[in-house]
Design a protein around this ligand. Sequence first.
Ligand code: HEM
Ligand SMILES: *[C@@H]1O[C@H](CO)[C@@H](O)[C@H](O)[C@H]1NC(C)=O
Ligand SMILES: *[C@@H]1O[C@H](CO)[C@@H](O)[C@H](O)[C@H]1NC(C)=O
Length: 518
Amino acid sequence: MILDSLLVWPTGSIWASVVLGLGLVIVAYKTASTIASWHRLRHIPGPPGVGFSKWWMLRNTLGGHMHLATKTACKKYGSLVRIGPNQLVTNDPDVLRTLWAVRSPYKKGPFYEAVRFNPARDNLISMRNDTLHAELRAKMAPGYAGKDNESLEAAMDKEILIFCDLIERKYISTENDYRPVDLARKVQYLTLDVITALAFSKRFGYTEQDTDLYEYIKITEDSMPVMMFLSIFPSLALVLQSPLFRRLMPSEHDRVGFGKFISVARQVVGDRISSDKPHRRDMLGSFLAHGLTREEAEGETLLQIIAGSDTTATAIRTTMLYLMSSPAAYQRLANEVRTADAEGRISPGVVADAEARELPYLQAVIREGLRINPPVAGTMDVVVPEGGDVICGYSVPAGTEIGCSEFGVQSLSSVFGSDADVFRPERWLEAEAELAEDPESERLKRMTSTWNLIFKYGKWQCLGKEVALLELNKVFVELLRRYDFSIVNPNKPWHSINAGIFIQSDLFTKVTRIPTKA
Ligand code: HEM
Ligand SMILES: *[C@@H]1O[C@H](CO)[C@@H](O)[C@H](O)[C@H]1NC(C)=O
Ligand SMILES: *[C@@H]1O[C@H](CO)[C@@H](O)[C@H](O)[C@H]1NC(C)=O
């Protein structure tokens, strides 16, 4: 009986055995390739299991704390750590400068497939082809540097005053009138108005409306985690961006969110090109004057809004939070600003950039605020070129993806001191003093060059760095010259999660007028 059925089985269900056989081949192949990929980088240390799957990356990304996970991993395993089957991260500033240098043979990795905000078109950040990137970047650099518009600073001043006016109108608490404000949200209104004013002279007016116009903030916050998920599985991003699925992605026909902004960008560029002064001297005018095509200008206008508003908002929020929770630093900055004001060292309307640069503690606070929570903390993977490389003493084969642990870099005690995890602006003044005393001292130079990596470096260095610093130079001075700030919930001051950039909300703050001098 049994023998019978055994004999019958193979002929009776030949298809079943074919399927079974195929299944076995696939399983064997999968196992072999998993083992092979584990084997390729097995000499590089990392958390358990990372060689076999992307589970570790997925778990930390979905949790919104990948930036801290890579920092901890670098502390535990060394300056080059394996975090996935083909993924490494480093916190070594010298290595990062080599990878990102202008003439480095490293290219952007598949990670970047996920940051194509408009599925139909690459932008300067998502562009992985180095030649095309360099061409596009060259056309945009003058506009970003503000070289083509002398009144960029005046436009910035106007926005800062409108922001102070918003606080003045609605959010001043007095003895019997308590009006807490979510500083996280309001600050993003400011940065969105600033960037749209500078970019194409058509500010969106978030600050006056005091509301999330077009639900832009909500939809960005909802879509960033999805983008980070896709950055782990780039082939999925390619599928979603294919014409078949594109209908699910943001489109210019949407009435809200990214899609709405795609259509706003398109309209702004269209209006400008058909106007009698297409090269008017704002950033968009500069791009067009330097040969950006209409399509390119649309993409870059959208990128500017995204790259320029959230990052600067994070810098302002973080710095305010750390100031409010560091009484000594808060007082010292407030004194510096208020004394400079009383002594007429800063302009009465809005402090000039040049005046702000003369306030040493302010400069230290701005650096420290960016260092303690770098606003861009995605791994920003690059790919090891043909022939492989030796990194941190490990030989790394071609095709391996290497990311950056920005929080790891900015908390190196070898660079910033044993209390690198603490917000302490004084460390910058101490390094300056040391240099004044001993011209041979390398400390400040090393701190500064490491800090600069917050804006990336070399061929991919942030183009908006000067604009961002201009805004930061003004905003803290104008806030502290007028008001005092205190956190409403010190035990849970805000919500902050990382999705490459940060999603931060509910920084509830009590704002009061500073006591007038008797
Ligand atoms: C504190 C604020 C800011 C920080 C920390 C920051 C940081 C960065 C970083 C890390 C990158 C590299 C992204 C990558 O290659 O993956 C970048 C690129 C870029 N940023 Fe910023 N950014 C800030 C503000 C701004 C502002 C205000 C603007 C616009 C006015 C801007 C425009 C850009 C552009 C256009 C790029 C692409 C450069 C290229 O690929 O050639 N950024 N930024
Ligand atoms: C990048 O673009 C240039 C110009 O279109 C092209 O010649 C080159 O093959 C591309 N490089 C890669 C690596 O795709
Ligand atoms: C410079 O840019 C600002 C802000 O976009 C704009 O209002 C101003 O008109 C521009 N300046 C000149 C000279 O075109």
